[in-house]
Design a protein around this ligand. Structure first.
Ligand SMILES: [Zn+2]
Length: 238
């Protein structure tokens, strides 16, 4: 089942998943959301009380959004919240915006290979369990990221991942092509990782590649000139 739909907010196109208890949207196009005033503009458009973003550093740090104070700059790559109407956002241009959620808690992560290596996904699972002890399943939504069609990697990256991740997780991620070229699927690696830590729940995937779909900024395609799109999630009221 695909919950995604295109929406237009004041001329800007977004892809939105509107579920029973939460909304997860992604900007597209040329707006660069590294500019904080763009986040503020979007917050007003969406009528959210707050939107929390972090200074992202490819770490496994996850921050409770409720602890965020206005004007504060915190380093981290994951935000978790149990509060309705409190928006959490990550900025990406090829890395994976990953939403994990129960009926009570949502966690939004910025997952690149470094964050994956540092253990951000398993840490988020533990954090969710500590905040919601009545959970029965933990569901997953994969946002737009560079997919295995375009994500050519080197053996050195694979070796680094293998230092901390289970072998089967790394193997699931690797896609071998002619000439010994290696490509990597963050989606397949994360799915395998969730399975390895016993997570049960629904998985929703947008299946859009930032590099070749043409809808999103892509570091691989544009290099330093790439802007960043925002992925934003919030729990609904009630
Ligand atoms: Zn692609």
């Amino acid at each position: 089942m695909a919950p995604w739909q295109w929406i237009i907010l004041e001329g800007e196109r977004f892809i939105m998943a509107d579920l029973k208890n939460l909304v997860f949207i992604h900007s597209t196009g040329s707006t660069d959301y590294r500019d904080k005033s763009q986040i503020e503009r979007l917050r007003k458009k969406l009528d959210l009380a707050h939107v929390v973003t972090l200074h992202q550093v490819h770490s496994a740090n996850i921050i409770l959004a409720e602890e965020w104070k206005k004007g504060e700059k915190r380093e981290g790559d994951g935000l978790i919240t149990a509060t309705s109407g409190l928006g959490v956002g990550v900025l990406t241009a090829d890395c994976l915006p990953l939403l994990l959620f129960t009926s009570q808690v949502i966690a939004l992560l910025h997952v690149g290979w470094r964050g994956l290596k540092e253990g951000i996904v398993s840490r988020a699972i533990e954090y969710i369990k500590s905040l919601d002890n009545s959970y029965t399943e933990i569901n997953t939504m994969f946002g737009p990221r560079i997919r295995e069609c375009c994500y050519q990697v080197g053996q050195d990256m694979i070796n680094e991942l293998a230092e901390t991740l289970p072998t089967e997780v790394v193997e699931k991620g690797i896609k071998r092509r002619r000439g010994g070229r290696l490509f990597f699927s963050l989606g397949d690696a994360v799915t395998s990782l969730l399975k390895s830590v016993g997570v049960k729940g629904k998985i929703y995937d947008l299946y859009l590649c930032t590099c070749c779909s043409g809808y999103f900024p892509s570091y691989r395609r544009k290099g330093e000139a790439a802007s960043r799109f925002v992925s934003l999630a919030w729990k609904k009221q009630g």
